[in-house]
Write a protein that binds this ligand. Structure first.
Ligand SMILES: Nc1nc2c(c(=O)[nH]1)N[C@H]1C(S)=C(S)[C@@H](COP(=O)(O)OP(=O)(O)OC[C@H]3O[C@@H](n4cnc5c(=O)[nH]c(N)nc54)[C@H](O)[C@@H]3O)O[C@H]1N2
Ligand SMILES: Nc1nc2c(c(=O)[nH]1)N[C@H]1C(S)=C(S)[C@@H](COP(=O)(O)OP(=O)(O)OC[C@H]3O[C@@H](n4cnc5c(=O)[nH]c(N)nc54)[C@H](O)[C@@H]3O)O[C@H]1N2
Ligand code: SF4
Ligand SMILES: [Mo]
Length: 750
């Protein structure tokens, strides 16, 4: 007998609602949920393979604990005993910074990852914090912090209503979108064109997204900030600046004009490889469109001027009056956002409040660059202790971060490491304890992070589709117990963690004059919370305190967990709407167009005007049926075009004597790899492309299918020293490489 259950897909940022078919305790099918208020039935091949991802036989079923050098199956009790025994002595002897925490991408796709890591970090009091943000979107956080005073205030393009989209360094036809949560992003781009709107794509590769566009410009990698600066220059020069209703909220527009004076289209054209006339046209079109949005992602963030590029994206949205207006780029309002406080001056955003120990990198958003993780472990300095114990949650930095070989060795030298991970993979194989979360079908789901980035306000929640298998522990409980074990409260009831957070949050809320619960008794409020578990009670609390909440009875029609549970396909909360000035948290209470750190970084961009490296540069790419480093173990999602090949333009291939399908040695600052060439004019001349997340040939893993076609680790070409200085984000695109064709005789010996 089969049954169905609803489950939001956790496999990318699009958050599609799925209808799962379940036989016994196995997911045997998945289709798009047509009644989902947000995704309306959309599904992609990854979502359709939910059952295979969920039921992968290589997923760990029990904790592993290292005994006599070997990872062996253990009980949960033994595992948490080992965590407490591994971490506490390190903290007590060497201090909190000697415990590092690494948080990876899937944390934004799980309830556990949203609710518990902040408590862990606060409890440990460590500054050795590293996340996937610094190999991804940290430049956007920093730019939002500087412009709006809030690193989390990221405007998203109003895809459903815009007349003109300038899409930079993103390939949503493969990625399904990022920092812009939109189920059926491809359909939304087609709809934009169908209603007479225009789409321009800036990408050194002619991607599937570029093929949909009215205009595709194959920019030279790493130069988007120059292009955008010249567009802003043109708006000023041609008197096209029209900030509309934004004007009273803006600070520094004259100074901005002054600072951009050197970035004429003629000055940047050579570096970007886009002619000046085209740049002027791009600026004029942006200004002329009734509504328009500039949107940029990975290709513009993971480059040397990532923060400036991210900043200029919003500068252009502001100068054309498109920020915070329908059809432009707006700030979503999620149901679990904090109670909106009245607009006005706030605490602002600070950078570099402390520095990493070895290379003195400034912190951003409380984090150190993940590129510095290896050196913070393997290098002693007079300033303080290296990291001796590591907590890794949902992360595979040996493959995702520059120079995995060095990190591999560094992890081996740790006194203790714990991984919360469903797989024994390139990173978790170094752990002394592996704590495996249950598969997604056995976990509850709510998108705390992605609802703050969604192109439509909505709220959805799923309870587990399948009950926890015997011997399994919910990831929320795993993380709660990990917090207790790491902070000296080993063995306490894990609900203590939730009670602590609830007590603190309500205690604060009742003191906030703008809160609907101002002046009430926190104990009375916590007694009103519903939910069958600590995490559900926390969700209920956040919903009720949030912008649409019932305010614990103050607004009887408002949101509660009970109301949400009564709407299994979700509740629509309407299109994105103007919100300024409320989201601003700058000290001035205004949008600060030209913060000092930006001014200080602009000379570096001026220098780039003259740069024209003549060699080959490397960029990445994503495939629709893959996801970073952890989905190559699912047979249904591998093979075909989803391969780790080196894309190279025919002209470059001919010049270097590289034939299609033959092996090429690629050499970068951090090392070299050998991959088969795929000759294609899908990349521009001078640029080669390798996907990331491959290189599954290290011993000691349990990834039986991925190991069959392991691919190579592109991040081994990087040595980790190239960073965007303001954000600490790794430079992963536009990296110089050398190519050497491998003689056929050598290939067979490989
Ligand atoms: N060269 C290059 N490198 C890149 C990129 C690039 O474009 N080019 N992209 C970067 C980007 S954008 C990102 S976000 C990073 C990602 O890098 P990471 O944050 O390291 O993420 P993944 O590689 O996806 O590894 C995720 C880990 O989480 C585990 N996992 C899966 N599901 C769960 C779960 O439900 N719970 C837990 N606890 N664990 C789970 C997986 O087994 C895997 O070990 O990679 C980056 N690296
Ligand atoms: N199928 C699939 N979906 C995913 C993921 C995945 O691994 N696979 N990962 C998820 C994650 S963690 C993230 S962060 C998102 C990322 O989502 P996207 O940002 O859409 O990621 P990509 O598909 O890598 O697109 C980046 C594009 O930038 C281009 N590019 C490289 N360098 C430059 C440059 O200097 N300038 C410009 N203008 N373009 C450049 C590349 O050619 C590439 O086409 O995708 C998410 N969704
Ligand atoms: S687009 Fe993303 S969220 Fe939607 S089904 Fe595919 S992987 Fe899942
Ligand atoms: Mo990412």
């Amino acid at each position: 007998m089969s049954r169905t259950a609803l489950r939001i897909c956790p496999l990318c940022e699009a958050t599609c609602g799925l209808t799962l078919t379940i036989e016994g305790t196995s997911v045997t099918g998945a289709r798009g949920d047509r009644d989902d208020v947000f995704s309306k039935g959309f599904i992609c091949p990854k979502g359709a393979s939910f059952g295979a991802v969920d039921g992968d036989p290589d997923r760990l079923r029990t904790p592993l604990v290292r005994k006599d050098g070997e990872l062996r199956e253990a009980t949960w009790e033994e595992a948490f005993d080992a965590v407490a025994a591994g971490i506490r002595p390190v903290v007590e002897r060497y201090g909190p910074n000697s415990v590092g925490v690494v948080l990876g991408n899937p944390n934004v796709h799980t309830m556990a990852g949203a609710l518990y890591p902040p408590v862990l970090l606060a409890g440990l009091g460590t500054r050795s914090i590293f996340t996937a943000s610094t190999i991804d979107q940290m430049p956007k956080h920093v730019s939002s912090g500087l412009l709006f005073g809030d690193a989390g205030a990221i405007p998203v393009p109003d895809l459903d209503h815009t007349d003109h989209l300038l899409l930079i360094g993103a390939n949503p036809l493969e990625s399904n979108g990022s920092l812009c949560t939109a189920p059926d992003f491809p359909g939304k781009l087609k709809a934009l064109r169908a209603r007479g709107g225009t789409l321009t794509v800036i990408d050194p590769r002619r991607t599937r997204t570029a093929k949909l566009a009215d205009r595709h410009l194959a920019i030279r990698p790493g130069t988007d900030a120059l292009l955008l600066a010249a567009m802003a220059y043109t708006l000023f020069e041609e008197d096209l600046v029209d900030t509309g209703e934004l004007a009273p909220h803006l600070l520094g527009i004259d100074e901005l004009r002054e600072e951009l004076g050197d970035f004429t289209p003629e000055a940047v054209a050579g570096a970007c490889d886009i002619d000046a006339g085209t740049i002027r046209t791009l600026a004029r079109e942006l200004a002329a469109a009734p509504t328009a949005a500039v949107y940029a992602r990975i290709g513009s963030c993971t480059v040397p001027h990532g923060t400036l590029a991210s900043w200029l994206v919003d500068v252009l949205n502001i100068l054309t009056g498109n920020l915070d207006r329908p059809g432009g780029a707006l700030f979503p309002q999620a149901a679990t956002d904090r109670t909106p406080r009245p607009a006005g001056p706030s605490h602002g955003f600070a950078l570099g409040r402390w520095h990493s120990r070895v290379s003195r990198y400034p912190e951003a958003k409380g984090e150190l660059p993940i590129s510095a993780l290896a050196e913070e472990i393997d290098t002693a300095t007079p300033e303080g202790e290296p990291i001796r114990a590591l907590v890794a949650v949902a992360t595979n930095p040996v493959l995702s971060v520059p120079d995995g070989d060095r990190l591999d060795k560094a992890l081996d030298g740790l006194d203790f490491m714990v991984s919360v991970d469903p797989y024994l993979n390139e990173t978790s194989r170094h752990a002394d304890v592996v704590l495996p979360p249950p598969p997604p079908s056995q976990s509850p789901h709510h998108d705390f992070a992605f609802n703050t980035l969604a192109v439509r306000n909505q709220v959805r929640y799923n309870r587990p589709a399948v009950p926890l298998e015997p011997g399994r522990m919910a990831e929320t409980e795993i993380l709660a117990r990990l917090i207790l074990a790491a902070t000296g409260m080993h063995g306490a009831d894990p609900s203590a963690v939730d009670d602590l957070v609830i007590g603190q949050t309500l205690g604060k809320a009742v003191k906030e004059t703008w809160s609907p619960v101002f002046g009430r008794d926190p104990k009375e409020l916590s007694g009103l919370l519903t939910g069958v578990s600590g995490p559900e009670r926390r969700l209920d609390m956040m919903l009720r305190l949030g912008p649409y909440g019932d305010g614990f009875g103050v607004r009887p029609d408002g949101l509660t967990l009970e109301r949400l549970l009564a709407h299994p396909h979700g509740i629509d909360l309407g299109p994105l709407a103007s919100r300024l000035p409320q989201p601003l948290k700058t000290r001035s209470g205004k949008v600060e167009l030209l913060a000092q750190p930006i001014v200080d970084d602009l000379p570096r961009l001026r220098q780039a005007l003259a740069e024209r490296p003549d060699g080959l540069v490397l960029v990445g790419r994503r495939h629709l049926r893959s996801n970073n480093s952890w989905m190559h173990n699912v047979p249904a999602l591998t093979g075909g075009t989803n391969r780790c090949t080196l894309h190279i333009h025919p002209e470059d291939a001919e010049r270097l004597g590289v034939a299609d399908g033959t092996a090429v040695r690629v050499k970068g600052a951090g090392g070299e790899v050998t991959a088969p060439a795929e000759v294609t004019d899908g990349v521009r001349p001078g640029v080669v492309s390798l996907p990331h997340g491959w290189g599954h040939d290290r011993p000691g893993t349990r990834l039986s299918h991925a190991a069959v076609d392991p691919g190579v680790n592109v991040n081994q070409l990087l040595d980790g020293s190239l960073l965007d200085p303001l954000s600490g984000n790794a430079v992963l695109n536009g990296v110089p490489v050398l190519l050497f064709p491998v003689k056929p005789a050598t290939v067979s010996a490989l």
